[in-house]
Design a protein around this ligand. Sequence first.
Ligand SMILES: CC(C)(COP(=O)(O)OP(=O)(O)OC[C@H]1O[C@@H](n2cnc3c(N)ncnc32)[C@H](O)[C@@H]1OP(=O)(O)O)[C@@H](O)C(=O)NCCC(=O)NCCS
Length: 252
Amino acid sequence: MDLGIEDIDDNESSFCSLWSRTHRKINCVELFSNPNLGDDYFFNRLNVKADCNNISDTLNFIKSNYSYDLKTYYIHLICNNEKPVTKLNIPKFGTMKIMSLDVNKYVLNGSRHVEIKVVDKVRLNDWIDVYCRSFDSLEIKNEVTTIISQHYKKLSLLIAYYCKDEIRYPAGCCLLFEKNERIGLYCLGTTYQFRKKGVARELISNAQKITSNSGYDSIILQTLTKERYEEFYKRLGFKTIYKKMLYTFYLN
Ligand SMILES: CC(C)(COP(=O)(O)OP(=O)(O)OC[C@H]1O[C@@H](n2cnc3c(N)ncnc32)[C@H](O)[C@@H]1OP(=O)(O)O)[C@@H](O)C(=O)NCCC(=O)NCCS
């Protein structure tokens, strides 16, 4: 069965490139780097091909030329049920699962307290603020503002408001990114005080409607298993389609 892994992975890479200050292909490695986003396994990464020769030479070259102010790059290596040919003698960081939701099959019932809006230019700052608070990363807010302001036309940004006592509190966010006839859901987050109240469920439900109305059959997302959200996604109907092994490549 053709799972379309190449196209799905290219959606993820293209999305990452929007967040990069440096994006280069170096032999069989695709480098994404943005020191202003800090130590981030998703954005400061090296995508390594599964059949890469002389990987240590390429990694040494990257260490010498592309370290910037980073301490670490995270190597992403696709595992499609076969053992990757590329051998890496560096520490494993974790497993990332790429999951898919059949948008025509699952109907999610949301919460009546949660209202979802598609973000226009006027609400960009609300989205950025909720994103940074949900991911506990207010220190990178300036950089997120630069990235989102520059690229918002390529993204469908959704914001969730939690409605309580006639007040609407910004409570959650996500975005959709289309590329290669695939649609990826990224940046799903709920602020601490509104977690486990159906905010993310309602965001996914709306993302599902938008995806289906745009003629797509599925939504793709990535989750790192050690963050323990796999069960959460499974309960919403997502299924794993392939995995990636992540490795920590220390730069000093
Ligand atoms: C993951 C996250 C978005 C979930 O948001 P949320 O608004 O609390 O989720 P919901 O309330 O919509 O949860 C929907 C269902 O999943 C359950 N659930 C929520 N978090 C869960 C978790 N960590 N593990 C298992 N189930 C979970 C809820 O109890 C609920 O189940 P129910 O309908 O039976 O009550 C939130 O925990 C978060 O922002 N985390 C930090 C950012 C992040 O890492 N995002 C994910 C990137 S892959």
